[in-house]
Design a protein around this ligand. Structure first.
Ligand code: ZN
Length: 439
């Protein structure tokens, strides 16, 4: 089977700037860097074989000071990288800066965040006439901590760079697996996984995919200073599965929740995941007249046992609030989540709880709440999962799952305005493809 011509187009998103900002979720402003126009290197204080000189020459932008001021200011900027087993003390010494400078920087309000520095991250020292004026730790591509000398002390600030978000587009026809076809179309695996997640309620990606199925996806590419640094979010996608077209668009509501909806504003999601864990097999089904494997008596099995290796993440089946996160002899470590008034889900025999999981905490669907284990009365690692409707146990495999909340009526106009542009873009790409393939 021949592979269709792929179109990769990039469009600047100026017209969608407001929307993108809303999606990005990054609130703080960019702090502008006031660059000193002139940098010179103070060679007198540095021996020939000292690293900083080499570093400075390699990494720094050095401009000879041609100003006519009487006192010549010598500024130097050097960049270093955190190595394996490195400490800030070592890095300061290596670059010729004092323990006193480091002490003062560590004592600032952001100093604590320097306790964990990671190999590969870069560090910049700026100094004037041998005195450290600015220390920068680049904690990620987008985030840095800056410490600037103010008289006798240092001030601290966190800088968050905002990448340019550019809308990109991919189309693929599936001729073997979803992942292989996506890779050939140039879509990163991360986004393919996301795509499968968005459509998981309508399409079973293990059983339903057929050769000839297609998808069209509009997503963000992130650029920092013109350099591609990765992909952002999927904005809209159409998936054609066995001649049925499913469409999804993203929308962030006024409370800040981002979700995927049909173009009419109906949620793509059901309110609950069918299985809150990736399982290898069902080791025990829902059965109200089961003989208990340990006690050899008739004991109802009010849930499903999903066998999975110890440590497999367990996800909150739906949005809700943790009612209990505790331990008993029989349940082992277990979690109970209340979802609105009607629904309760239970998760038993966990090896450990997820980060920040305790009673009273709100959780969102798909959030990791714990990990598979065999604590309590369990014969091997598995998740015992229960689903209750109005206090009655239901079979989690067959219970009819309600749809997640649609876009609120009062937000429908905003939703339409925000998502129309995505639909238009996606359709214009699809038209182009139809034209090309028709030739
Ligand atoms: Zn069980």
């Amino acid at each position: 089977m021949s592979f269709p011509i792929l179109h990769k187009r990039v469009i600047l998103i100026t017209g969608l700037g407001l929307l993108i900002l809303q999606l990005s979720g990054i609130g703080s402003d960019i702090e502008s860097h006031s660059e000193d126009a002139k940098h010179t290197i103070n060679l007198e204080n540095l021996a020939d074989n000292q690293n900083p000189v080499k570093e400075a020459l390699e990494n720094s932008e050095l401009v000879a000071d041609t100003s006519s001021t009487a006192i010549q200011v010598k500024s130097i900027s050097t960049t270093d990288k955190v190595g394996a087993g490195d400490s800030l003390a070592k890095i300061f010494t290596r670059n010729g800066y004092s323990a006193k400078d480091l002490h003062q920087i560590s004592a600032t309000k952001l100093g604590k965040q320097l306790k964990n520095i990671f190999p590969g991250n870069s560090i910049t020292f700026e100094s004037t006439n041998g005195q450290l004026t600015k220390f920068t730790y680049h904690s990620s591509r987008l985030e840095s901590l800056e410490f600037i000398r103010e008289d006798t002390d240092f001030s601290a600030a966190k800088n968050i760079a905002h990448p340019d978000r550019v809308i990109s587009y991919k189309h693929a026809t599936i001729d073997d697996s979803l992942f292989l076809s996506s890779q050939r179309a140039g879509l990163p695996d991360k986004l393919t996984m996301r795509l499968a997640q968005i459509f998981q309620w309508d399409i079973d990606f293990v059983l339903d995919i057929r050769p000839g199925d297609q998808f069209f996806v509009l997503y963000e590419e992130l650029y920092l200073d013109g350099e591609y640094i990765g992909t952002g979010e999927i904005l809209a996608a159409d998936f054609i599965n066995q001649q049925n077209t499913y469409s999804a668009v993203t929308f962030t509501n006024t409370t800040g929740n981002t979700d995927f909806y049909t173009p009419k504003g109906i949620s793509m999601r059901k309110a609950f995941l069918r299985a809150p864990v990736e399982f290898s097999r069902i080791s025990s089904s829902f059965n109200l007249r089961r003989r208990h494997p340990l006690h050899k008596t008739i004991r109802p099995h009010r849930g499903i046992d999903y066998a999975a290796p110890t440590g497999t993440p367990i996800l909150a089946a739906g949005d809700g609030r943790i009612k209990t996160a505790s331990r008993t002899n029989s349940n082992g470590r277990y979690i109970v989540i209340q979802h609105g008034e009607q629904f309760v889900t239970k998760y038993l025999h966990l090896s450990k709880f997820g980060k920040n999981i305790k009673s009273g905490r709100k959780v969102r669907q798909g959030q990791i709440i714990g990990y598979v284990g065999s604590t309590g009365w369990a014969t091997g690692p598995h998740l015992h999962y229960e689903f209750l409707v109005n206090g009655t146990h239901k079979n989690p495999r067959t219970v009819k799952l309600p749809k997640a909340e649609p876009v609120a009526k009062r937000e429908l106009a905003t939703f339409r305005a925000a998502t129309r542009q995505y639909a238009l873009l996606l359709n214009s790409y699809k038209d182009q493809i139809t034209l090309v393939t028709a030739q």
